[in-house]
Design a protein around this ligand. Structure first.
Ligand SMILES: [Fe+2]
Length: 448
């Protein structure tokens, strides 16, 4: 054993392990007791609105890529060649999967993870997902190490592919009196940003090795797609990706430098693939206009964060093909029309935060009055407050606030398609609730 291997307290593997050898039945209860969180929430309610966290700079340079090939280890070259030869990649994305109590709620998370696993195992090879990107809120309530087994490793025990993640607010908010070195981001980093292929204590007796992404923000590169993953910090709302000119002095500005470097690289390379931005807090999340009955859902828009992203996109002259988010516990799909360099194009903004934790209605009743649910295809341009780019309008195209689900994203050299699937259906085709397809060269949406 080398000196480095000796220095690591966990066993090192020479290639990554994803699934268990043999499939097992779903658990019926948590291994570690998870008491009610009501008292805990009362205690930290105020902090959730103001306590942001610092984080470390990515291990690799702002313009460098973390590749799917690396994540697959020695098999990576072969896996990526097969995807390239097939001319198409498919992958999953979910948000907010962590479950907080025994019984029924755990079944909701397991229903999602079981369907994701089945999709990898039974779908024909050419249409089989190659990995999962978790859009944050992996472990509730606050990313505690003792709950990683029940909420992450066990539900995904048979998922046979890499799982990347961006931390959500629940994976980063620090409870009062947390000892140094044991913050949620420390635990997240041990399990998702490992420098070596180890099995962490959080995995218990299971064999999935820790993910080796280079930090809490990174550019994930693969054939046909590049995903720019941003960490939007620990507030319940809004998402915070930088110090915002001193508003959040504890938050470093690494991600602004990273985003600019990555977009510049895309421009300099004349990159032809799909460019996606993934961030836990949604730039747009529904709230009714003042003339409509009802209040918005539990989680709102993060417009200041979007302005910072837009400012950099505008400066470089590159706009992503789509945005992916979680956090709001439902599915929402918006189309934002953007004008850049004299060209107008439509950009899907997708919220997928119904991965197992909860499903929230898109509107809530105001005291003493009924709610009015929005129709599909309504103009919600009022959500786009003081855009930093030439924005021409926002439409709420479709939403689902009744069931749990996940995204199934596919791309080839010409198009990227993002489908939303509900769990509990008998076939892949039946499970698809919505799908949007974007032409890569023109950014035009293509009718499905
Ligand atoms: Fe969240």
């Amino acid at each position: 054993m080398s000196e480095i291997e000796n220095a690591v307290p966990y066993p090192i593997f020479h290639e990554p392990v994803f699934a268990e050898d043999k499939a097992t039945h779903d658990p019926t209860a948590f291994l570690t007791d998870h008491p009610s969180d009501t008292a805990l929430y009362k205690q930290v309610d105020d902090l959730l609105k103001k306590q942001v966290v610092g984080f470390e700079k990515s291990r690799i340079g702002p313009d460098q890529l973390f590749t799917l090939e690396e994540a697959y280890g020695p098999r990576g070259k072969d896996v990526v060649k097969k995807i390239s030869d097939a001319g198409r990649i498919v992958f999953h994305a979910i948000g907010d999967s962590g479950s907080t109590s025994e019984g029924k709620q755990y079944q909701d998370e397991l229903a999602v993870t079981d369907q994701l696993t089945m999709d990898c195992n039974v779908t024909e090879v050419a249409n089989r997902p190659s990995f999962l990107l978790h859009l944050g809120d992996v472990v509730y309530d606050f990313g505690e190490a003792q709950y990683y087994y029940d909420q992450f490793y066990e539900p995904f025990r048979d998922y046979p592919a890499p799982i990347f993640a961006i931390p959500g607010n629940h994976d980063s908010f620090v409870l009062p009196n947390t000892p140094a070195g044991q913050t949620p981001l420390d635990t997240f980093s041990r399990n998702f940003c490992s420098q070596t292929l180890v099995i962490t204590p959080e995995a218990g007796s299971l064999h999935r090795t820790a993910m080796t992404q280079p930090g809490v923000y990174y550019a994930l590169d693969m054939p046909f797609v590049r995903v720019l993953c941003l960490f939007s910090n620990a507030l319940e709302d809004p998402g915070v990706i930088s110090s915002d000119g001193g508003n959040w002095p504890d938050v470093p500005d690494f991600q602004l430098e990273f985003l600019e470097a990555q977009l510049q690289k895309i421009k300099d390379e004349d990159y032809k693939g799909a460019v996606l931005i993934a961030v836990h807090h949604p730039p747009f999340s529904y709230a009714p206009s003042t003339s409509v009955k009802g209040a918005g859902g539990s989680h709102g828009c993060s417009t200041a964060m979007l302005r910072q992203i837009d400012t950099i996109c505008k400066k470089v002259g590159v706009y992503p093909h789509a945005f992916l988010s979680g956090h709001a516990h439902n599915y929402q799909r918006y189309t934002r029309t953007v004008e850049m360099d004299g060209k107008s194009f439509d950009v899907p903004f997708i919220v997928c935060g119904d991965g197992g934790h909860h499903v929230n209605r898109i509107v809530r009743a105001r005291r003493g009055s009924s709610t009015e649910e929005p129709h599909f295809g309504i103009d919600v341009s009022y959500l786009d407050v003081k855009p930093a780019i030439n924005a021409k309008g926002v439409m709420l195209e479709k939403y689902n606030d009744q069931g749990y689900g996940y995204l199934r994203i596919s791309a080839d050299k010409d198009q990227v398609a993002i489908g939303f699937h509900l769990v509990g259906q008998t076939s892949l085709a039946q499970s698809r609730f919505d799908k949007v397809t974007v032409d890569l060269a023109s950014h035009e949406m293509i009718a499905n």
